[in-house]
Each structure stands twice: as structure tokens, then as C-alpha cells.
Design a protein around this ligand. Structure first.
Ligand SMILES: C[S@@+](CC[C@H](N)C(=O)[O-])C[C@H]1O[C@@H](n2cnc3c(N)ncnc32)[C@H](O)[C@@H]1O
Length: 287
């Protein structure tokens, strides 16, 4: 079921961490890459679900990470947060640079770092760190490639480690429609994942139309994992049959295949193999 406009957006953690960053780091202009309403949506979902174990895939500077840590600290309930990024550096700074800045300047409670409530994993694909992170994850923010196969590869990796009822937030679920000067109109890996995944609850908060953006559909969405999500996971593998935007390296494909082989039935691995073979053979990708 699609649930529209029911998430109570919360802007307090965003405003709080932004004020701290602006005061302590005046020379920097951008702290949070997500739009204000998108950040409010995430924090609203955190309020709604009170997560204990959060997984973030796609960190960049770590502005969103710092915002969520601020909220979790303010909630004063036990939690652990794990942030994974394939890169070690991006745009001339370390991945998670803002989290490190927050730590070095005491912008967040010291126990966030001392007790290792937050862990950052960089330079690795999700299948390479998910065992270390472990199961019982109850909240996910997935914000990585946006192009196929991209996020479609990672959701089946996290799924066996997600608790029943876990909330999965997908950013850039309408990036392909935004006439973004950087992203192309086929930046639709998350659109596809949100459509293909089966879940009894899918959340969207519509936004008011404006002169510049004449539609209400948001660029962020979430769904709640239930038993049907696992039973219908082949839908996500079938979505890999669309022509991919890019061909992952042989190393990457091997890492993901090994993971699927360990966690999914042979028929699912067959679907993955066929999608790989078709895309490797697709002339549109052989440039
Ligand atoms: C759009 S940025 C994330 C922005 C971040 N969520 C925020 O709100 O500031 C995408 C990030 O995903 C990372 N990334 C790309 N492919 C990835 C993959 N397969 N696994 C993990 N991270 C990936 C990039 O290095 C980049 O830091």
C-alpha cells in the first residue's frame, strides 16, 4: 500500500547540526546535500521507528550522517550506526569528512565516537562489510550510484541482515525527472528499486508544486520490509534485465555473485547470471 503524506517531518536535528557546522566551520558553504524537506523526512521516519541499528550506504561528506547522529544522541536511547561508502575520498576530501570534523570539534557527544556507536567503512562494497556489521538492522538509508545496476545490487545484500519491519529510505527516487544538469534522465536505479520491491507499506510525502517544479512527487521515499519483501525478492533481480547504464567491473560482479550464491536459491543466482550475460552482450553498453 502506498502511504502518502503521513510521515511527520522533523527539522530539529537538521537545524541543530547546521547551526553547529556554520558556527564552527564558517569557511565551508555546503554541509547537507539533501534538500531540507528530504532531511526532515528522514528524521521523521527515525522518530516514527525509533531504530536501534542504522545502516547508511553512500556517505559522501557525511552531512546526513552527522544529522542522524545528532538526532540519535538527542533521543537518548541505545543505538549503533554503520556507514558504508565504496570510496575513500570524494571531491578532494575524505569520505565522512564532516563526521570527523564534528568529532574533532566536539559538535556531537564524545561517546558517539568513544563507544564506537558510529562506525565508518570506506573503500569497500557492501557485501565485503555486511558480515562485520551483522544482522538486526532496523533502519537503512541507501543513496549511492543512482544508475543501473547500482542500488539494485545492494538491496538484496542488506536484505538478509534486516529485521522484520525495518525501514529502508531511498534517496533520488525521481532524480531522472529533475532535469539535473549533472545527472542524466536514465538515473533511475532507485526508481526501479522502489517500483520492483514488494512491501506492504511504501511511504511518500508529496511536496507543493511550484513555478519551477510543476509536480509534487518527491525525490525521497521509504518502504518497510516484511515477509513479502523477502518472498518477492526475485522482482528486484528481474529488474536487472533492463539495460544497465554501466557495466560493473568483473571484480565487483564476482563479489556480488558470491554473496548471492551464499544467501539466495540457485534460481535467483541464475536470474542474476542471465542479467549479467545479457548486459555484457548488449551493444548499447559495448562502447
Ligand atoms: C549521493 S552521494 C551520498 C550522499 C549522502 N547520502 C548525503 O546525504 O550527503 C553517493 C555516495 O555513494 C558512494 N557510492 C557509490 N557507489 C557506491 C557503492 N556501490 N557502495 C557504496 N557507496 C557507493 C559515493 O562514493 C558517494 O559518496
Amino acid at each position: 500500500m502506498i502511504i502518502i503524506d503521513k510521515v511527520q517531518e522533523n527539522y530539529e536535528p537538521l537545524d541543530k547540526i547546521l547551526a553547529k557546522f556554520k558556527t564552527n566551520f564558517p569557511q565551508r558553504k555546503n554541509f547537507i546535500t539533501m534538500h531540507r524537506r528530504e532531511s526532515g523526512f528522514i528524521c521523521g521516519l527515525v522518530d516514527m521507528t525509533r531504530p536501534k541499528k542504522i545502516l547508511e550506504v553512500g556517505v559522501a561528506s557525511g552531512g546526513t550522517t552527522a544529522m542522524i547522529l545528532q538526532q540519535l544522541e538527542d533521543r537518548n536511547e541505545p543505538y549503533e550506526m554503520h556507514s558504508v561508502d565504496l570510496n575513500k575520498r570524494l571531491h578532494n576530501e575524505d569520505i565522512g569528512a564532516l563526521v570527523t570534523f564534528a568529532k574533532d570539534n566536539n559538535l556531537l557527544a564524545p561517546n558517539v565516537f568513544m563507544n564506537e556507536k558510529h562506525k565508518l567503512y570506506t573503500g569497500k562494497y557492501l557485501p565485503q562489510v555486511i558480515d562485520e556489521i551483522g544482522s538486526n538492522i532496523d533502519f537503512v538509508i541507501l543513496d549511492t550510484v543512482h544508475y543501473t545496476p547500482g542500488e539494485l545490487l545492494d538491496f538484496p545484500v542488506m536484505l538478509p541482515y534486516l529485521k522484520e519491519g525495518a525501514l529502508v529510505v531511498l534517496h533520488d527516487v525521481s532524480l531522472n525527472q529533475q532535469n539535473d544538469p549533472f545527472h542524466k534522465s536514465d538515473a533511475h536505479a532507485t526508481v526501479l528499486l522502489f517500483s520492483a520491491v514488494y512491501a506492504k507499506e511504501k511511504f511518500l510525502n508529496f511536496k507543493p508544486e511550484t513555478k519551477w517544479v510543476p509536480y509534487s512527487y518527491p525525490n525521497i521515499a521509504a518502504f518497510r520490509v516484511d515477509h513479502t519483501t523477502r518472498e518477492a525478492i526475485e522482482n528486484v533481480f528481474l529488474a536487472l534485465n533492463l539495460t544497465w547504464h554501466y557495466l560493473p567491473s568483473t571484480e565487483e560482479l564476482t563479489i556480488y555473485r558470491q554473496f548471492y550464491k551464499k544467501h539466495y536459491p540457485a534460481e535467483i543466482v541464475d536470474l542474476f547470471d542471465e542479467a549479467v550475460k545479457m548486459n555484457l552482450n548488449n551493444v548499447a553498453l559495448k562502447k
